[in-house]
Design a protein. Structure first.
Length: 195
């Protein structure tokens, strides 16, 4: 099947086009080699303007709650509230894989723990064209938002919201997002969505 927006060949079971990022609306059960309809909201369809992303000191909720027992200070044993590990965000990769953003995520062609905490989840981004950096993006959940850090040495990360607003995260730069958007790692789009 090909994308109705740009004509690119779609991956099997894709939920959006890897070339232009348009969301795939049709189902794949009875699909043949036909063009399918995609939906992409335009700026004129937006009900209201998108507010700018909050600064880190304005994030509602703050970090997940950690309960410490005063008797355990010597052992530094920490009990994390199980409800804090439920994520309100997930990623959709072009191959249809869903990754919940419970822990920090390191995305790339061959990601490693050098850029994020050692407990980060490593997410390999499928990239047949080889345009994704080995370690490209660090995503950290912050309350109800996500902090995106461009850890690539030379690649810019484009971010696009459904209402047409766009922003480029430069190497070494960070951005906090509060609404659904798509980022492009090399030529591979990744959808960041609320659960």
């Amino acid at each position: 099947m090909s994308c109705a927006e740009c004509g690119a060949q779609l991956l099997p079971n894709a939920v959006f086009c890897v070339k232009c990022g348009a969301r795939v609306v049709a189902t794949w059960e009875n699909a043949d080699e036909q063009t399918i309809t995609v939906s992409r909201p335009t700026l004129s369809e937006a009900s209201e303007p998108l507010p700018p992303p909050p600064r880190e000191d304005q994030v509602p909720g703050g970090p997940p709650p950690i309960n410490r027992d005063p008797d355990d200070l010597e052992t530094a044993q920490i009990f994390v509230d199980a409800l804090a590990l439920q994520s309100s965000w997930y990623l959709l990769l072009p191959d249809g894989a869903r990754v919940d953003a419970v822990l920090p995520l390191v995305l790339g062609r061959k990601p490693n723990h050098t850029v994020g905490p050692e407990w980060s989840q490593l997410v390999t981004v499928p990239d047949p064209e080889g345009t994704v950096s080995r370690t490209h993006l660090l995503i950290e959940p912050l309350g109800g938002t996500l902090k995106l850090s461009n850890v690539s040495k030379k690649n810019t990360i484009p971010v696009a919201w459904p209402d047409g607003v766009r922003y480029n995260i430069l190497p070494g730069e960070q951005l906090i997002i509060a609404n659904m958007c798509a980022v492009k790692l090399g030529t591979v789009p990744v959808l960041l969505q609320r659960a």
